[in-house]
Design a protein around this ligand. Structure first.
Ligand SMILES: Cc1cc2nc3c(=O)[nH]c(=O)nc-3n(C[C@H](O)[C@H](O)[C@H](O)COP(=O)(O)OP(=O)(O)OC[C@H]3O[C@@H](n4cnc5c(N)ncnc54)[C@H](O)[C@@H]3O)c2cc1C
Length: 432
């Protein structure tokens, strides 16, 4: 029998194991935390359910929907039309900004509109970085007021440091008529990959991971892998156990996987590891007495005076707070290695209070978590570094799977599909 190890019990690892098990194969999942789900976990604090950060489901593929139906999850999700907005210049306007500048102060609206028209009329060379891409598609005004400060805050990198490998799917691209209509408030149609989303009726996003985890026969929680021996094919856990493997799916973050490899690394592999850049996210989840101050599901904050890049109100799309109360999720991007102190949390809450979106005296519960890593920084070295590391691991029988192991930008649906793909690949090898 082939010994299959899966490192990490987030959605990707769970689905990989579940699909293998359903096909009559065995696989052992090793998960360092006490609960499964990784980034898709929800924790209870008093009567509140807090996701580790805002997690909304966008399902585009029949295969995923059928999978969730089979798990009994689909019927427990509610579909919502996105209510997202941008806070800019003291005003609030719907997301995406490029077709909703009508809600902004007139000077900002003029800058955005003029810049877009100028960019539209200009024929330039193909853009080679995010800065050029924004200027050529959206123009100087939208760049200066939204795209540049927002993405600098989120990725903690200058726009010209970012490549174009991630933008296609995630940044909606309007045409001139849409932008002009949007400046005049003439339409309000939903645009973008997340115009509609699903979320559990109650209890938070953990529903998904829990439903998969329940099916597994061999998941070992509180089992952190601290060493990976690629030559002798064993892993060592923090408890000191050694587990042999014939093949492995690794879903933990790529740099941390490299750091666990026993023995010296080839120079170019070590260099590729050093090239990987990312940011962490500090999430401050709050349970607050009284109704939510606004009906939106979430807000984007491009301006540097606000420490957070996004703030959500999860109880506006799921039952995660008791009747008459609400939840807030404040997301702050951090450089790796920055430790979180109370001041940062307080600064975030105070900034939200200043604009009337939080009354700190009504906070009943608080959960502070750090996602490490949270966002891969798509700089110009990423592609080559990831290709080198992927080849290195693949040569040793390790398959990288999921958002952080593959060092990419992807969502929960992709995690499910990634897990299915690995399971299929392992099955196709013919080993049992
Ligand atoms: C801020 C933020 C917001 C997001 N919002 C959305 C959203 O709205 N919608 C959406 O669809 N997706 C969203 N995502 C993406 C989504 O979270 C991921 O696509 C998905 O969770 C990836 O799952 P995974 O299993 O690949 O990784 P993970 O969930 O990270 O799972 C990896 C697992 O490995 C474990 N692990 C790590 N190291 C070790 C070790 N040494 N030994 C054993 N176990 C280990 C971890 O504890 C974790 O459980 C968001 C992500 C972030 C960061």
């Amino acid at each position: 029998m082939t010994r299959t190890l899966i490192l990490g019990g987030g959605l990707t690892g769970l689905v990989t194991a579940e699909r293998l098990q359903a096909a009559g194969r065995q696989a052992v999942v090793l998960e360092k935390e006490g609960t499964p789900g990784g980034a898709c976990r929800t924790e209870e604090r008093g009567p509140y359910h807090f996701d580790h950060t805002g997690h909304l489901l966008h399902i585009a593929r029949d295969e995923t929907r059928e999978y969730l139906e089979g798990l009994g999850v689909w019927s427990r999700l509610t579909e919502h039309a996105r209510r997202a907005a941008i806070h800019l210049g003291g005003a609030i306007t719907p997301y995406p900004i490029q077709i909703h500048t009508w809600g902004l102060p007139p000077e900002i609206r003029r800058d955005c509109l003029l810049g877009f028209i100028e960019a539209w009329a200009r024929q330039g060379p193909d853009p080679t970085d995010f800065s050029e891409w924004v200027l050529s598609r959206f123009g100087e005004g939208l760049g200066r007021h939204f795209f540049f400060p927002y993405n600098e805050k989120l990725f903690r990198a200058r726009p010209e440091e970012l490549s174009l490998d991630w933008v296609g799917r995630y940044v909606p691209k309007p045409d001139l008529k849409e932008v002009v209509d949007g400046a005049l408030g003439l339409h309000d149609q939903a645009v973008g990959y997340n115009a509609r989303f699903r979320y559990p009726h109650e209890g938070g996003i953990r529903l998904l991971a829990d439903a998969v985890a329940e099916k597994l026969s061999d998941m070992r929680l509180k089992t952190e892998v601290v060493a990976v021996n690629l030559k002798e094919r064993w892993v060592e856990t923090a408890k000191g156990d050694r587990l042999p493997w014939d093949r492995m799916a690794a879903t933990l973050a790529l740099p941390f996987l490299v750091d666990r490899v026993v023995g010296p690394l080839p120079d170019d592999v070590a260099a590729a590891r050093r090239a990987l850049r990312w940011v962490n996210v500090l999430n401050v989840a709050l349970g607050v007495r009284g109704p939510a101050p606004r009906p939106e599901h979430w807000f984007y904050f491009p301006e540097p005076e606000f420490p957070f890049y996004r703030v959500g109100f999860p109880s506006n799309h799921g039952r995660v707070a008791p009747e008459g109360s609400h939840t807030v999720s404040i997301e702050i991007s951090l450089d790796p290695g920055v430790t979180v102190d109370e001041d940062l949390v307080e600064t975030g809450e105070a900034a939200l209070a200043r604009i009337g979106l939080l009354r700190p005296e009504l906070i009943e519960e608080r959960l502070v978590t750090v996602l490490n890593p949270a966002y891969v920084v798509f700089d110009h070295d990423r592609k080559q570094a990831v290709a080198r590391l992927r080849r290195f691991f693949s040569d040793h029988g390790v398959h990288l799977a999921g958002r952080w192991a593959e060092w990419k930008y992807s969502a929960m649906e992709d995690a499910i599909l990634d897990g299915m793909a690995v399971a299929r690949r392992f099955q196709a090898s013919g080993d049992r």
